[in-house]
Ligand binder design. Structure first.
Ligand code: NAI
Length: 250
């Protein structure tokens, strides 16, 4: 059974969507949680909701994890509020989709900044505490786009492919210190992020999924819970696809 009682977890970008579902699921399984989001009010609300629903300790830290100071403060907040950090889920992510020929450097930098640099900054800050404790589990949210590429997402797919390489290196550096690091590569999941895709394109994408439906945030949260738990104690440097079978070729 997945049991996270007594664990202290940070989930970035967890005021809504997949991040919220991850935080809520980890809390349901007993973990105390620090919610992070760039949106202060939403982060506070999510932390209060999860605490009252799941009966665990929660806190929140509003800040942009693509910047070093807030990323470090986020991890410090977890240690000062919950006493330690056992689990880090690097979930915060953004898209700024456009074809390569139209992509502005700002769009490239913004996406790499949050999705890849943010993952590096939070991981580095948590790694220090995890090394001292000689234990920890890190789960990075990548994407099917990082594995296969996707037209209009050169910045996003590069950031998510980067997350996979980063995950494998952190796993190798952490292994002898009891730190595991894995990634999840979701396929299409129903959230505000994918709601921004025009209906027609969204419907076509869902039709191509072999299991015949879009993913739910809980599908991803269940994978994170497993990877964070002792049931996955011999799993590291792994990329878990949660995508309903991917996309059928044309
Ligand atoms: P979402 O846009 O619904 O939620 C993302 C959350 O992250 C928001 O609450 C946002 O305020 C927060 N955030 C954004 N930038 C931030 C920053 N710099 N610092 C702190 N918080 C920040 O997105 P969704 O769909 O829940 O995605 C979550 C993760 O899953 C992302 O990494 C995304 O790339 C990944 N993913 C999503 C898929 C999908 O189909 N929805 C598919 C594959 C991967």
């Amino acid at each position: 059974m997945v049991d996270l009682k007594g664990k202290a977890a940070v989930v970035t970008g967890s005021a809504r969507g997949i991040g919220y579902a991850i935080a809520d699921r980890l809390a349901e399984l007993g973990a105390d949680i620090i919610i992070n989001d760039i949106n202060d009010d939403a982060a506070k609300k999510a932390a209060e909701e999860i605490a009252s629903k799941r009966g665990v300790k929660t806190g929140h830290f509003a800040g942009d994890i693509s910047q070093q100071e807030p990323a470090e403060k986020l991890i410090e907040t977890c240690i000062s509020t919950l006493g330690k950090i056992d689990i880090l889920v690097n979930n915060a992510g953004i898209t700024k989709d456009t074809l390569l020929m139209r992509m502005k450097k700002e769009q490239w930098d913004a996406v790499i900044g949050v999705n890849l640099t943010g993952t590096y900054l939070c991981t580095q800050a948590a790694f220090k505490a995890m090394m001292k404790a000689r234990s920890g589990s890190i789960v990075n949210i990548s994407s099917i786009a990082g594995e296969n590429g996707n037209p209009g997402q050169a910045n996003y797919s590069a950031s998510k492919a980067g997350v996979i390489g980063f995950t494998k290196t952190v796993a190798l550096e952490g292994a002898s210190r009891g730190i595991r690091c894995n990634a999840i590569a979701p396929g299409f999941v129903k959230t505000d992020m994918t709601d921004a895709i025009p209906d027609k394109i969204r419907d076509e994408m869902v039709k191509k999924i072999p299991l015949g439906r879009a993913g739910e945030p809980l599908d991803i949260a269940n994978g994170v819970a497993f990877l964070c738990s002792d049931m996955a104690s011999f799993i590291t440097a792994h990329v878990l696809d949660i995508n309903g079978g991917g996309f059928r070729p044309e």
